[in-house]
Design a protein around this ligand. Structure first.
Ligand code: HEM
Length: 447
C-alpha cells in the first residue's frame, strides 16, 4: 500500500547513535531539541525501523483513544518494563490484557477506594511520628514518599502491611529502572548478558524483588481470604480452562501493581512538596485551606471535594512534572498523523511532559500556577492534560492516586511544612518515571 502521508522530518539515520546517546543522558532535553528542530511529529530512523515522537493533544488522543486499536504495547519500551515487572496488566496486550483488566477493575471501584481513606491517613501519621522520633536532620523526601506510597498500596490492594519490606522493594525497583535506561545505549543492550558489575547488580535486585513479592504472597495465603485484590487474584479461575493463575502470572501481576501503584504516586508527592517549598505563598494557602476545611480533624471522604487548592496544587504539579512522562506504543498497521505517514510497527512515543509544556496550550508553561485548575469550570481540553494517559489503557489507579495524594498532602499540611535544603540543584531525572535526580533533601518544620 502506498504511503498515505508524507515522510515526517527528523535527524538522518546516521545520527541515530548520537540521538540514542543523548536520549540516555538527558531524555527531556533530547525531546525538546527534536521538537524545536523538527516540529510536532519527529521521525527517528533506525535503518531497519523507526520511531515517532508526538506532542500535540490531538495526536495523543488519536493514538491513545480514537485509533487505539491500531496501537499495541509490543515495543522496545515495554520489553524493558517487562524485564522488571513481567507480563502484568501494564505490559500485556490483547485478550490477556482484557481478561486481567476485567478481573482487577473491581478492586478500584470508587466505594472501595474511598473506604481506604482512614488507612491512608494512618500510614501518613505513622510516617510523621517516625520523623518526630528522628529529630530535625534533613531527610530524603523522595525516599520517604516511596516508602509511604508502597505501604499504602500493599495494605490497600493486598491487605498486608509491607513495613520494612517497603524500603527493600523501593531500592530494588530503583536499581532496576536505572539499569533499564542503560539499555538505550546500543552497546549496553548488546552486552546485556555479560556478568558486568551493572548486570550483576540488576540480577541481584531482581532476585531481591522476587523474594519480597513471594513473601507477600505467602503471607497473604497464610491468612483467610478477604475482599482484597490479592485474595481475588488467588481465587481467580480462567473462564474456559477453569485453571488458577500460575505462580508466575500471580507474581507478575503483584509486581506490576506494586511498581505502577507506588513509583508514580511517590514522585507526584515529591514534586508537589518541592514546588510548595519554592512557592511559600501557595504553601500557606494550602495550610489555611486544610485548617478551615478539616478544622483539626483527620480528612474524610466528605471533606475531599472542599479541598480545592490542595487538588489544584497536585494537578499543577503533575502538569509540570508528570510522573509517567511519556507513554509509548507500536503501530500495528500504517497510519497517518498530522499529515505524516506512520510506518507499520514503528515505535510511537507520546510525550505527556512535552504536551503539558506547549505554550499555545498552557500559556507561560514553565510557571507554577495552580490557578489554572482552580478557575476553569470546564477543565483542560481533552489530552491537553493527561497525567494518567487516556483511552482504554488509561491508568486503572487514577482515582486511587488522586485520593491518596490529597489525603497525604492534607494530612501533612495540617502538621508540618517542608523546606528544601539550600545549595541543592533539583533536576528531573527521566527514567521510567520522572523523579528528582539524586533525591530531594528537605527539613521538617512542625506547625
Ligand atoms: C500519580 C499517580 C499515577 C500516575 C501519574 C499514573 C500514570 C499512568 C499512566 C500514564 C498510565 C498509562 C500507560 C500507558 O498508556 O502506556 C498508567 C497505567 C496504569 N497504572 Fe497508573 N499512574 C498512577 C498511579 C497508579 C496507581 C496508584 C496504580 C495502582 C494501584 C496504578 C496502576 C496502573 C496500571 C495497572 C496501569 C496499566 C493499565 C492498563 O494498561 O490497563 N497507577 N498509569
Amino acid at each position: 500500500m502506498p504511503h498515505l502521508g508524507k515522510k515526517a522530518p527528523g535527524p538522518a539515520w546516521w545520527a541515530t547513535p548520537r540521538v540514542l546517546q543523548q536520549l540516555r543522558r538527558d531524555p527531556i532535553a533530547l525531546h525538546r531539541k527534536m521538537h524545536d528542530r523538527y516540529g510536532d511529529v519527529v521521525r527517528i530512523s533506525f535503518g531497519f525501523s523507526c520511531a515517532y515522537m508526538l506532542r500535540r493533544p490531538e495526536h495523543a488522543g488519536h493514538v491513545l483513544r480514537d485509533n487505539h486499536t491500531n496501537y499495541d504495547k509490543k515495543n522496545f519500551d515495554y520489553r524493558i518494563l517487562k524485564a522488571i515487572v513481567g507480563e502484568g496488566l501494564l505490559t500485556s496486550n490483547g485478550e490477556i490484557w482484557r481478561r486481567q483488566r476485567r478481573l482487577i477493575q473491581p478492586a478500584f471501584q470508587r466505594e472501595r477506594t474511598e473506604a481506604l481513606v482512614p488507612l491512608m491517613v494512618e500510614r501518613t501519621e505513622e510516617m510523621l511520628a517516625r520523623w518526630r522520633d528522628a529529630g530535625d536532620a534533613a531527610r530524603d523526601i523522595s525516599r520517604d514518599m516511596a516508602r509511604l506510597a508502597l505501604e499504602v498500596v500493599t495494605q490497600a490492594l493486598f491487605g498486608i502491611n509491607a513495613g520494612e519490606s517497603a524500603a527493600e522493594i523501593g531500592d530494588a525497583f530503583r536499581a532496576l529502572s536505572r539499569r533499564a535506561m542503560d539499555r538505550y545505549g546500543v552497546l549496553a543492550s548488546v552486552l546485556g548478558f555479560l556478568p558486568t558489575p551493572g548486570n550483576l547488580r540488576a540480577k541481584e535486585a531482581r532476585r531481591r524483588l522476587r523474594a519480597v513479592v513471594e513473601k507477600l504472597i505467602a503471607e497473604r495465603r497464610r491468612r483467610p481470604p478477604g475482599g482484597d485484590l490479592l485474595s481475588k487474584l488467588l481465587e481467580a479461575r480462567d473462564e474456559e480452562s477453569g485453571r488458577a493463575m500460575s505462580e508466575q502470572q500471580l507474581r507478575d501481576e503483584v509486581t506490576t501493581l506494586l511498581l505502577a501503584g507506588y513509583e508514580t504516586t511517590a514522585n507526584a508527592l515529591s514534586w508537589t512538596f518541592y514546588l510548595l517549598s519554592e512557592h511559600p505563598e501557595t504553601a500557606r494557602g494550602v495550610e489555611a485551606e486544610v485548617d478551615r476545611v478539616l478544622g483539626g480533624q483527620a480528612i474524610s471522604v466528605k471533606a475531599v471535594p472542599n479541598l480545592n487548592l490542595c487538588r489544584a496544587v497536585l494537578q499543577e504539579s503533575m502538569r509540570l512534572y508528570p510522573p509517567a512522562w511519556v507513554v509509548s506504543r507500536s503501530a500495528i498497521e500504517e497510519d497517518v498523523i498530522g499529515g505524516y505517514a506512520i510506518d507499520k510497527r514503528a515505535l510511537v512515543v507520546v510525550g505527556i511532559y512535552d504536551t503539558h509544556r506547549l505554550p499555545d496550550v498552557w500559556p507561560e508553561p514553565e510557571k507554577f500556577d495552580p490557578g489554572r485548575f482552580l478557575n476553569s469550570h470546564r477543565g483542560p481540553a481533552p489530552f491537553a492534560y493527561y497525567p494518567f494517559g487516556g483511552g482504554p489503557r488509561m491508568c486503572i489507579g487514577a482515582g486511587f492516586a488522586e485520593l491518596e495524594t490529597i489525603c497525604i498532602l492534607s494530612t501533612m499540611a495540617q502538621k508540618c511544612r517542608l523546606r528544601l535544603v539550600p545549595d541543592q540543584t533539583v533536576q528531573p531525572e527521566a527514567l521510567i518515571t520522572l523523579r528528582p535526580r539524586g533525591g530531594l533533601r528537605m527539613t521538617v518544620e512542625w506547625r
